[in-house]
Design a binder for this molecule. Structure first.
Ligand code: GUN
Length: 171
């Protein structure tokens, strides 16, 4: 569905999004600060946090990264987004979030903690794709690891081409 007159910059400005270290743009919209913190092995965390997350034609990739927490993703607006998930056993799962449910697009995506995830905006007429993420236990940078191209290609050589496309060149 074409969102008339809405551009990536309109969404960034209206939702007050900032650049994310993974690529794309985000803003935290919720943290459960009215409840007791959850004690995890990594330290105290909010029970849940939530963000908007946007990919754009200029920043189309959320680089491979690892999360300890479970994350529920909800598609909102714009072009479809392809997700690449590398599980601990090395298996690759690829799926698409988007609004074309008849084409098999997912409106919701559950990504359990403990796997590597990357996302990529697919070509479309909007030039952006907007989702939300609900994270539990709440997001903390200490629970997240950005994917090193060298480390990931050594660990999962069968996915080298994909990893090279969806990580930063560190050299
Ligand atoms: N990824 C998922 N949730 C968050 C968050 O709250 N902050 C940051 N920086 N990244 C996230």
């Amino acid at each position: 569905m074409k969102l008339r007159h809405t551009t990536a910059n309109d969404v960034i400005a209206t939702l007050e999004l900032e650049p994310h270290v993974e690529g794309g743009f985000f803003r935290r919209t919720y943290q459960a600060d009215h409840r007791d913190m959850l004690e995890t092995t990594g330290g105290p965390r909010f029970l849940m946090t939530s963000i908007y997350y946007l990919l754009t034609a200029d920043s189309p990739v959320g680089q491979f990264h690892f999360n300890q927490s479970d994350i529920l993703h909800y598609f909102h607006l714009g072009d479809a987004i392809e997700y690449s998930l590398i599980h601990a056993d090395g298996s690759l799962q690829t799926l698409v979030m988007g609004s074309d449910v008849l084409a098999g697009h997912q409106l919701q995506l559950h990504v359990p903690g403990g796997i590597w995830k990357a996302s990529r905006l697919l070509n479309g007429e909007n030039g952006f794709g907007l989702i939300s993420e609900a994270v539990s236990p709440g997001f903390d940078f200490a629970d997240m690891e950005m994917g090193s191209r060298q480390k990931l290609t050594a660990q999962y050589p069968q996915h080298r081409a994909l990893i090279e496309k969806l990580t930063r060149d560190e050299d």
